[in-house]
Write a protein that binds this ligand. Structure first.
Ligand code: ZN
Ligand code: ZN
Length: 133
């Protein structure tokens, strides 16, 4: 399983990358990093971007940036905006149907989870990162 600390976030497009996906910093690291700034972990591999990336341990993304408020990322594509969890929902049965609005949606680590990229696994396989406020 991936450890969250090995992930980096692009300072421009805010995409999250694994260490193995980052491009080497090709030019001008001393012009691009101001004194006192943390050392970047690499360059964004997105050819339209190429901005510097910081370790996610020092620059937490927000729930809005990753796409969910639980800090979950897909272990395959490291995105969090296409995740699904097959959770248990309690429904109140009513004469004209059912109502789940009073139910807290809960899931267990062993519940099925999947991602729009095609990854399938369990909740316990998801990467969990710390989010900024
Ligand atoms: Zn980028
Ligand atoms: Zn995915």
């Amino acid at each position: 399983m991936l450890i969250a600390e090995a992930l980096s976030i692009c300072q421009d497009c805010r995409k999250i990358w694994k260490a193995s996906e980052l491009a080497d910093i090709t030019h001008g690291i001393f012009e691009r990093v101001s004194p006192g700034e943390p050392m970047p972990s690499g360059e964004c591999p997105d050819t339209d971007c190429g901005a510097l990336c910081q370790p996610i341990a020092s620059d937490h993304p927000s729930a809005f940036e990753i796409g969910n408020q639980h800090g979950y990322l897909c272990p395959s594509c490291t995105k969090g905006d296409k995740l699904y969890i097959s959770a248990t929902v309690t429904a109140a049965l009513l004469p004209d149907g059912s109502d789940t609005t009073d139910s807290d949606t809960e899931w267990e680590v062993g519940d099925p989870a999947w991602c729009g990229c095609g990854w399938r696994g369990k909740v316990e396989n998801l990467i969990v990162i710390e989010l900024s406020e």
